[in-house]
Design a protein around this ligand. Structure first.
Ligand code: C5P
Length: 230
């Protein structure tokens, strides 16, 4: 089992001038938290980080320091979009890898149980496994003709990572997407779905939220403190 970690985003919505994956959370970069959790998942054998092209040396030092003797880790240069960053990570995986997870560095506090649930779903035969959580807000759709309409939230789910796939399925879907061109996708399951695969949902965790805005960093710090005092 290999995990590709797209970590090459600029993090403009988070501010602070650093690439998001390098922003500190409780004294350590987000990426270190994410990689350490993944390394602690019993199923994970290998990690590939797609880092910001201009800071690869920093990323190599960080992950080496964070993992020590843990699973093998490779750092590659990310691309202009998340999709390109994931593709760069997939490109260095060899035939011996049969399950690939893709996990956003920005979801630094995902629990290990979610990682294991996703791997189990792929092992059980799914084309794509996606952890989800319920929508807690009321949601409205803005209509093209003007106005808006409420959407029944009971039928909606929020998509998280890690998402899991048989390696050949994900590599094929990325190859197809690259040939087709167009707007890059914001997750990997949609690429598998476009290629004819079926998406299986499993239970995610509210702790797997994506750190996007400054308030998310504060929430993540609070969560770490709460975990530390348990
Ligand atoms: O921008 P967003 O929050 O959707 O990014 C999700 C993940 O994709 C983040 O971990 C980010 O670092 C990564 N990403 C990337 N390469 C890009 C853009 C985003 O690896 N060009």
């Amino acid at each position: 089992v290999a995990v590709v970690v797209p970590a090459a985003g600029r993090g403009e919505r988070l501010g602070g001038g650093l690439p998001k994956a390098l922003r500190p959370l409780a004294g350590e970069p987000l990426l270190v938290h994410a990689v350490r959790t993944l390394a602690g998942a019993p199923s994970v054998d290998r990690i590939v980080v797609a880092g910001p092209r201009d800071q690869l040396d920093v990323v190599v030092d960080l992950v080496r320091h964070a993992l020590g003797d843990g699973p093998a880790v490779t750092v590659v240069a990310g691309g202009e979009s998340r999709q390109e960053s994931v593709a760069a990570g997939l490109a260095v995986l060899d035939e011996s890898v049969d399950v690939v997870l893709v996990h956003d560095a920005a979801r630094a506090l995902v629990p290990v149980e979610v990682v294991e649930r996703v791997v189990a779903g792929v092992r059980a035969g799914a084309d794509a496994v996606v952890p989800v959580v319920d929508v807690t807000d009321t949601v409205r759709r803005v209509l093209a003709e003007g106005g808006s309409a409420v959407v029944d939230r009971a039928g909606l789910r929020i998509v998280q990572t890690p998402q899991g796939f048989p390696r050949h399925v994900l590599v094929g879907a990325h190859e197809r997407a690259r040939r087709a061109g167009g707007e890059p996708a914001t997750d990997d399951a949609v690429l598998v779905e476009r290629a004819g695969g079926r998406v299986t949902l499993v239970e995610g965790s509210t702790d797997g939220f994506k750190i996007t805005h400054p308030a998310d960093l504060a929430a993540a710090e609070a969560l770490l403190t709460a975990r530390g005092s348990q």
